[in-house]
Design a protein around this ligand. Structure first.
Ligand code: AKG
Ligand code: MN
Length: 197
């Protein structure tokens, strides 16, 4: 369960591969897959709204409305399961969150393109806590400006917790690329705090 720092110039990254016990992770994967109100969100690509290559859901406190990629999402009401996980993540991250974005990568064709979580409502140096369940996928970070710094790759394990903090979003982008490998479906939950200046 210990969170280990991962060296990242101009960033702050911590990773716990076994944040959740195997049985907990298995149970969460099963229950979230069926109990979450998964939706098809849209992203703007070259000015056109396209279906995102994954399913998503946005849960949080009533005032935690989130706008990204040209769309705005009102939060669904916390479920007991999500609340319980939020409490565990908050104590590991030593901070509080008021919302969570869930993403479901059904197979290797689902992905998340290069971006940073830098929407104004997250504030200038957000802490983001990311729980991964199911099929392991590559999570890659690259510095926005410095070509002399290598990209950083973390295979996000079933039951793992990754925390990005400080200048990570302003100085780095991240992605989950598509893969031709046969991979089991994967869920990712990013806990966030919306609405702080
Ligand atoms: O699926 C992941 O590990 C990353 C998700 C992500 O970057 C996001 O939701 O902003
Ligand atoms: Mn992100």
């Amino acid at each position: 369960m210990p969170l280990e720092p991962i060296a990242l110039p101009d960033g702050e990254l911590f990773y716990a591969p076994d944040f959740l016990a195997r049985a907990d992770a298995d149970c969460l994967l099963k229950r979230l897959t069926t109990e979450i109100a998964w939706e098809q969100h849209h992203v703007k690509i070259f000015g056109r709204k396209m279906p995102a290559p994954r399913l998503s859901a946005w849960y949080g406190d009533p005032d935690a409305t989130y706008a990204y990629s040209g769309s705005s999402y009102a939060p669904l009401v916390w479920t007991a399961l999500l609340q319980g996980l939020k409490t565990r993540v908050e104590s590991a991250a030593a901070t509080t969150f008021n919302s969570v974005l869930l993403n479901q990568y059904r197979d290797g064709r689902d992905s998340m393109g290069w971006h940073s979580d830098n929407e104004p409502e997250l504030g200038p140096a957000p802490a983001i806590a990311s729980v991964s369940l199911g099929g392991e996928r590559r999570f890659i970070l690259r510095h926005k400006k410095r070509r002399d710094i290598d990209s950083v790759e973390i295979p996000l394990a079933h039951g793992s917790l990754l925390i990005m903090r400080g200048p990570t979003q302003s100085c780095w982008k991240h992605q989950v690329p598509k893969t031709k490998k046969i991979v089991p479906s994967r869920l990712n939950l990013t806990f966030r705090r919306i609405g702080d200046p």
